[in-house]
Design a protein around this ligand. Structure first.
Ligand code: PLP
Length: 454
């Protein structure tokens, strides 16, 4: 590596996020230089199919000019303003109008910020604030799930169930965070246990937790309709149908974290629609702006909003806000994104290509390394197993998932290993031909990995 090369400077100065920094110090990073459609090119000129849409987010691919133009127009018109102190601007009003029109029933008010983490952090603050205002200050605990992923602020990382985000960070913080088992049917079911029976076992665990802690101390449960950072894991049959009545019985709010699922990923506009969730709060980000600008939204009900107004009668100023929350350029880009989704019928497109995606990946069930393939819409996970007949995983030190990920990269395909589960969430614009090319590259990557791991 040349001194002062981009790679050397990267190693010298950039602290990479969610990265094995020890491996990075030895191996360096893949630096991406440009993108077009579902492809990106690295600084050496190699082309990749971006089967993760970056971080589950570049829904319209990497070269949508209309979004660049929407940002440019807004930058010329009003490059910055805020929504503090009874001020505001048109892009945030228009976006809020649009979002509440398409949101699940009853979510009529929106708080805009810059990231999914902030959206979930804000949800947590609003829940605590709300419960104080309605006179139940003891109802504050929050339930997450092991391997759930809700972001990286202190509170969002605490409700997340990712061990590496807790270890040595002194998280979860403050004793208010509880975690349920990961409802990952393939890995966690007992021999002979059906999906329905597994879901019932998960629901019984929730009941036992509430019994143990006291329902009057638990404020909310956070759940991604399909778990992303946990491994692109679809919920087992019957899971949310059993979970929701238990929450309702104890007046525990459900927060649907739609940061990945929102805007078509599961083949409906919302993952909540796909899995019949009735959230009290919904958070979204990523595909809201096709990720061309950082923006997220926390959608709340009239009931919660009314309490916030009541709160200002008591406390004066609503004490929450970010300088760049509801940034007009991000709002303008998000509005244009939603317009494109409708004009190009992106939802219809996802439904049309989803069978090719799921069947294409499903064919790898016959590969000696693959134990299971599951997904919905344009999100799927592939289980890499040492002995698929016995459901035996590789020992962690073999880093089997990373071996597959690297072999795919060498074959022009960017996927993500989450443990030994390989996640796929390509841009929503991917065509059937590109899906075929993606599967072909995955096959080459798997074969190369098999040569190492067998
Ligand atoms: N929630 C979910 C489900 C996510 O997948 C993510 C990020 O991947 C977040 C929240 C955090 O979003 P951000 O990285 O924009 O803070």
């Amino acid at each position: 590596m040349r001194a002062n090369s981009l790679h050397a400077l990267d190693l010298a100065h950039v602290v990479h996020q969610q990265t094995d920094l020890d491996a990075h110090a030895r191996e360096g990073a893949l630096l991406i230089a440009r993108g077009e459609g579902v492809h990106v090119w690295d600084t050496e000129g190699n082309r990749y199919i971006e089967a993760m849409a970056g971080l589950w987010c570049a829904s319209l691919g990497f070269s949508e000019r209309r979004l660049a133009e929407a940002a440019y127009r807004q930058l010329l018109e009003l490059p910055y303003y805020h929504t503090f102190f009874q001020k505001g601007h048109e892009p945030s009003v228009r976006l809020a109008e649009k979002l509440t029109a398409i949101a699940p029933r009853g979510l009529n008010h929106v708080l805009f910020q810059c990231s999914g983490s902030e959206a979930n952090d804000a949800a947590i603050k609003l829940i605590w604030y709300y419960n104080n205002l309605v006179g139940r200050p003891q109802k504050k605990k929050l339930i997450g799930r092991i391997r759930g992923y809700h972001g990286n602020t202190v509170a969002a990382a605490s409700v997340s169930g990712q061990p590496h985000m807790h270890a040595d960070f002194d998280l979860p913080y403050g004793g208010r965070f509880l975690h349920l088992s990961n409802p990952h049917y393939y890995r966690a079911h007992e021999p002979g246990e059906t999906e329905e029976a597994f879901s019932a076992r998960m629901a019984a665990e929730l009941e036992a937790l509430i019994e143990r802690e006291g329902g009057e101390t638990i404020a909310a449960m956070f759940a991604e309709p399909v778990q992303g950072g946990g491994g692109a894991i679809t919920p087992p049959r019957g899971y949310f149908e059993l979970i929701q009545p238990i929450l309702k019985k104890h007046d525990i709010m459900l927060v649907a974290d739609e940061v990945i699922c929102g805007f078509g990923r599961t083949g409906n506009l919302w993952g909540s629609e796909t899995y019949r969730l009735e959230p009290d709060i919904l958070t979204c980000a990523k595909q809201l702006s096709a990720s061309y600008q950082p923006i997220s939204a926390t959608l709340i009900s009239d009931r919660i909003h009314a309490a916030l107004i009541e709160g200002s009668r008591k406390n004066g100023t609503f004490g929450h806000g970010f300088t760049y929350g509801a940034h007009p350029v991000a709002c303008a880009v998000a509005l244009e994104t939603l317009k494109i989704y409708e004009e190009r019928d992106i939802l219809g497109h996802v439904r049309r290509v989803s069978p090719a995606f799921l069947e294409g990946l499903g064919r790898f069930r016959d590969h000696p390394l693959v134990g299971d393939v599951r997904g919905i819409g344009l999100i799927a996970g592939v289980e890499v197993m040492a002995d698929k007949a016995r459901r035996t995983p590789f020992p962690p030190e073999r880093k089997a998932g990373l071996v597959v990920q690297k072999a795919c990269q060498d074959n022009g395909l960017i996927v993500r290993a989450i443990g030994d589960r390989i996640a796929f969430t390509p841009p929503l614009i991917i065509t059937e031909e590109e899906i075929a090319a993606m599967c072909e590259a995955f096959g080459r990557g798997l074969d190369a990995a098999w040569a190492v791991l067998r």
